[in-house]
Design a binder for this molecule. Structure first.
Ligand code: AP5
Length: 216
């Protein structure tokens, strides 16, 4: 399976990817997570990325495309991959096409998870992430066993810096201006599968697995 998960900020891409990666045994490649890890490791690229992320802007394409290119040359993608948060504009989609041609790979499907702005804003406002391992929770929809503590590693749960309301509004605008055209790009290629993301986490997963089952 060679998959891309598309959709607005907070719709549930990362949450669904964590379930799907176990089902299909493929790595979950989130460019947002990669940037956050590079920042935690205090790398130069991480610092540059953070300066864009905290303003709700996209990290420049040359940096992002190079990170993805290096990631795709690692051995663990032999059975496939699942991108989450990449590509985010048409230039990134074209850059990905080039690397996939080099590697002799083809996309299986592009899963477009959709929900309205009001719902994604409520999901983002309740989101809490583990500052140590990055696991994602929600104050109502996906509670940890102990409030404020990660079930997996015991780390502290925090609100992401770029989840402030003003920054989220900017991220949504960028999504509508720059990422929404990527949907049309893959629709033209016949790869697009649209999923109703307004349902529960497990219902959304069922819809995705059903759609992918038909593609096998
Ligand atoms: P990134 O980390 O990719 O953020 P995003 O795309 O904005 O997506 P989110 O992580 O906010 O949301 P999600 O859809 O994964 O939702 P989640 O599963 O957490 O990017 C961050 C920044 O990095 C960007 O703004 C940019 O600056 C930079 N960047 C990243 N990639 C880039 C690129 N390619 N180019 C340039 N810059 C890039 O779910 C949200 C909440 O809802 C959670 O609390 C969850 O528990 C809950 N939830 C999920 N699904 C459901 C459901 N079905 N029902 C109820 N609750 C649910």
């Amino acid at each position: 399976m060679h998959l891309i998960l598309l959709g607005p900020p907070g719709v549930g891409k990362g949450t669904e990817a964590e379930i799907l990666k176990k089902h299909y045994q493929i790595p979950h490649i989130s460019t947002g997570n990669i940037f956050r890890e590079l920042f935690q490791q205090e790398t130069e690229i991480g610092k540059i990325a953070k300066s864009y992320i905290e303003k709700g802007q996209l990290v420049p394409d040359d940096i992002t495309n190079e990170i993805v290119r290096q990631r795709l040359y690692r051995d663990d993608i032999k059975n496939g991959f699942m991108f989450d948060g990449y590509p985010r504009n048409v230039a990134q989609a074209e850059a990905l096409d080039k690397v996939l041609i080099e590697l002799g790979m083809k996309l299986t499907a592009v899963i477009n998870i959709q929900a309205d702005d009001e719902l994604v804003l409520s999901r983002i406002s309740g989101r809490r992430v583990c500052e140590s391992c990055g696991a994602v929770y929600h104050t109502k929809n996906k509670r940890p066993k102990v409030a404020g503590v990660c079930d997996i590693c015991g780390g502290k749960l925090i609100h992401r810096d770029d989840d402030k309301e003003e920054t989220v509004k900017k991220r949504l605008k960028i999504y509508n201006d720059q990422t929404a055209p990527v949907v049309g790009y893959y629709k033209e290629k016949g790869l697009l599968v649209t999923i109703d993301g307004s349902r529960s986490i497990s219902d959304t997963n069922d819809q995705i697995e059903e759609a992918l089952g038909e593609l096998k």
